[in-house]
Design a protein around this ligand. Structure first.
Ligand SMILES: [Zn+2]
Length: 301
């Protein structure tokens, strides 16, 4: 089961991604023909779970490699594939089945699912070349697509998102979006833009959304977020002051909370100032990290 105190959801893969096999057609063919090879079953983009594990199928005898992506080789040396599909619906939507998987299977299986989901969705949405419009075909064991018209290679993309806390004199800033459930607050977040460092994206987003200027930005942890293929990069920065100027199109409200308030939130105590994001979200772990490692330790009375 998912250990909420240890890892965010979809973190904890135990796969060897075997780049040396993906890029070697002879090795790839031998791996695909391995009788121990299996395929993680998906229902569209959703997981299929039975008895607390992802359902795995053997590869059909008439299967062809171009219909599959080689996810990697497991700790038991068995190759694991996922079957590609022509149309994927709802890649941007975190369905309840795809979120609940983190509570229903082990951390490494949830991570396996997340990678499979992102790749299967990417292939379904990239069947034509962005350069010339001709058809593309899976390439390198499903870790690229190659254009049949101009030979361009296209690679699965990952979209970096910064998610961050601003800290000021022992308090941190959390905010809420208009669409969130009542009472829910979390770390502010936004996509990294072309030409930007992670630190610059953190500073820009906090300035745009909350009017806060930050310095000394530190990386804390990251999480793959397979809706469809983001990487959440969690950071903490030091705010120069605590005066807020909210962008009300993006943020409905933002508040500063001290360590006692954050402790009450994470322990879900009555009277806590807000409802925490779920433990599968990296934001929960960022709050927990701040409390454990960064927040000033309060001397016991
Ligand atoms: Zn092309």
């Amino acid at each position: 089961m998912h250990d909420e105190k240890r890892l965010p959801g979809y973190v904890g893969s135990r796969l060897d991604r075997v780049d040396e096999i993906r890029s070697n057609p002879a090795l790839l063919a031998r791996t695909f023909a391995d009788p121990a090879a299996s395929c993680v079953l998906l229902d569209g983009l959703d997981p299929v779970i039975a008895d607390g594990v992802l359902v795995m199928e053997s590869l059909p005898s008439d299967a062809v490699i171009e219909d599959y992506v080689l996810l990697g080789v497991g700790p038991d040396q068995r190759p694991i594939f996922a079957r590609l599909i022509d149309r994927a619906e709802g890649g941007f939507i975190a369905s309840s089945r795809s979120r609940n998987v983190v509570d229903e299977v082990s951390a490494d299986q949830a991570a396996l699912y997340a990678g499979a989901r992102s790749l299967v969705d990417w292939h379904a949405r990239h069947r034509f070349c962005a350069a010339c419009g001709a058809s593309t075909r899976p390439h390198k064991g499903g870790w690229a697509r190659k254009c049949e018209g101009c030979d361009a290679e296209h690679f699965p993309r990952v979209d970096p998102v910064v998610i961050m806390l601003a800290e000021h004199k022992g308090r941190i800033l959390v905010g809420r979006q208009h669409s969130w459930p009542a009472g829910r607050y979390s770390a502010l977040a936004g996509f990294v833009e072309p030409g930007e460092t992670v630190e610059e994206a953190v500073a820009r987003e906090l300035k745009e959304e909350a009017g806060i200027t930050v310095r000394d930005i530190r990386y804390v942890m990251s999480q793959p977020w397979p809706f469809p293929s983001a990487l959440m990069i969690a950071c903490i920065g030091q705010a120069e002051d605590d005066a807020l100027k909210l962008d009300e199109t993006e943020i409905q409200d933002a508040i500063w909370c001290d360590a006692e308030e954050i402790r009450a939130v994470l322990e879900e105590r009555p009277g806590a100032p807000f409802i925490a994001p779920p433990p599968m979200a990296v934001a929960w772990h960022l709050l927990d990290h701040w409390l454990a490692h960064v927040a000033p330790v309060k001397a016991s009375a």
